[in-house]
Design a protein around this ligand. Structure first.
Ligand code: CMC
Length: 431
């Protein structure tokens, strides 16, 4: 970030004020209005943050017009094609790609933290068996604060580091436990000889009665899904984590807040909603009916997995995800998968419709991910927990960046008050 020589001038009535314009390394300039209230006595108004940069960050860059997503400068398609999830975790967390020795050390560190405190097993049994795994994730990750007291002091760099590693390492274990619990199977302990994705697949699908062989191609596809969801700059759940952390709250509580936000169907919950929609559509002949509903202002139905606040062009993650869906179904010998057929035809018809092209609504990351996850054997209720475990590295990296910034202050938005003005209390008998 550098100060450009440009200034923005705000004129209200016959008064004017100048504000600095900051230039990023990439992307649009930003008007620095931090002194606006002090100078003018006015606030800005931007309820859904469509024009507000809430922080500066070096982690992820998105160009929504061009369909570009970079992590620390590296394009997502290169990372998804050539790297792997734990290397991307290192990159997001520490800023640079590791050399071989650093990578090995990091992978060992994460692998050695995958087990959860044994008492957490009993904690799980307090949930109803039919609980949604996301409900279990919100509660259990928040409860980590009660189990790992030695990594809750956000002012201690060592504790922050340990908390970061614990969150990255234990999230797959917790997600797999949430799944096993809801289907009534015993928890499967992590195994240190397996890579991150293989370990997760085994914890989800192995049973004590028989050997479980991880299919390396499915493990690769799983790893790619993790990588594609790893971070996405200041999205709703990440902003939630940042705001929660700004009060100095412990990292486990803050990540639980991020999980809660991610659950909504406009955000991470869209992957479950999208597959359910594709199944509901069922056959390609029904597609026009659903497209008509999505366009109808009086119908709340939306095409799930379509549209994005920032991407006004293809979501680059969706392009990789679509290729992966073809590969995985091919590998599993699933030919003529009806859900994939509906998805491809729906995409084709929507992109040929001016409603979607004029509003720049394209498939997003959630459009094809559910098809891959379903083919792997996951129920739809596990789709959003898988998003949450993948996004944990993004949340943790953004949290770390924020806490390490000198002069960090609590986030405290203001408001445009439109309620009643001061009035006197009236006793109940006189109302
Ligand atoms: N189907 C039909 N119409 C849509 C859709 C859709 N999926 N998305 C947006 N629109 C229309 C919307 O009705 C509005 O029309 P108008 O201007 O005539 O009122 C216009 O497009 C702009 O929509 P918006 O709701 O103002 O846009 P937003 O930036 O606030 O919302 C979104 C972005 C992702 C929440 C929205 O596109 C959506 O609800 N999509 C479906 C849910 C989804 O797939 N979410 C996953 C997002 S990517 C992964 C993630 O973030 O977790």
């Amino acid at each position: 970030m550098s100060d450009s020589n440009k200034k923005a001038t705000l004129t209200v009535g016959d008064q004017s004020w100048d504000f600095p314009v900051l230039s990023p390394t990439a992307g649009p300039d930003v008007i620095d209005i931090r002194k606006l209230y002090g100078s003018t006595g006015m606030f800005t108004y931007d309820p859904s943050f469509t024009s507000t940069a809430s922080c500066d960050s070096e982690i992820t860059y998105i160009d929504g017009e061009e369909g570009v997503l970079l992590h620390r400068g590296y394009p997502i398609d290169q990372l998804a094609g050539k790297s792997h999830f734990l290397e991307v975790c290192y990159l997001l967390l520490y800023g640079e790609l590791p050399d071989a020795a650093k990578l090995e050390k990091f992978e060992t560190l994460v692998t050695r933290h995958t087990m959860v405190h044994e008492q957490m097993h009993r904690f799980f049994t307090g949930y109803r068996r039919d609980a949604h795994p996301m409900a279990i994730m919100v509660g259990t990750v928040g409860a980590m604060s009660a189990f790992y007291h030695d990594s809750t002091d956000v002012n201690d760099p060592h504790q922050r580091e340990v908390a970061s590693i614990r969150l990255i390492a234990k999230m797959p274990t917790i997600a797999a436990m949430a799944y096993k619990y809801t289907i009534g199977q015993p928890f499967v302990y992590p195994r240190n000889d397996l890579d991150y994705a293989s370990n997760f697949l085994r914890m989800c699908f192995a049973v004590p009665a028989e050997e479980y062989q991880v299919n390396p191609i499915l493990a690769r596809a799983m790893d790619r899904i993790f990588t594609l969801h790893a971070d996405h700059e200041q999205n709703a759940s990440t902003s939630t984590v940042r705001l929660a952390s700004s009060s100095g709250a412990n990292p486990f509580a803050c990540i639980a807040a991020g999980i809660a936000c991610l659950w909504g169907p406009a955000h991470g919950g869209a992957n479950q909603a999208c597959l359910e929609m594709l199944r509901e559509i069922g056959t390609v002949d029904k597609i026009p009916e659903y497209i008509a509903r999505a366009k109808d202002k009086n119908d709340p139905f939306r095409l799930m997995g379509f549209g994005h606040r920032v991407y006004k062009n293809f979501d680059p993650r969706a392009t990789v995800m679509k290729e992966s869906a073809d590969e995985v179904l091919d590998l599993l010998g699933i030919e003529d998968n009806p859900t994939l057929q509906v998805a491809k035809e729906l995409e084709k018809q929507a992109l040929a419709d001016p409603y979607f092209t004029e509003k720049k609504l394209f498939p997003n990351v959630d459009f094809y991910s559910g098809i891959i996850l379903e083919a792997m054997g996951f129920p739809t209720s596990m789709f959003t927990p898988i998003f949450a475990l993948s996004r944990t590295i993004g949340w943790v990296s953004q949290w770390k960046e924020m806490i390490e910034e000198p002069g960090m202050r609590i986030g405290r938005p203001r408001q445009l008050y439109i309620g009643a003005t001061a009035r006197d209390y009236i006793d109940v008998e006189n109302r």
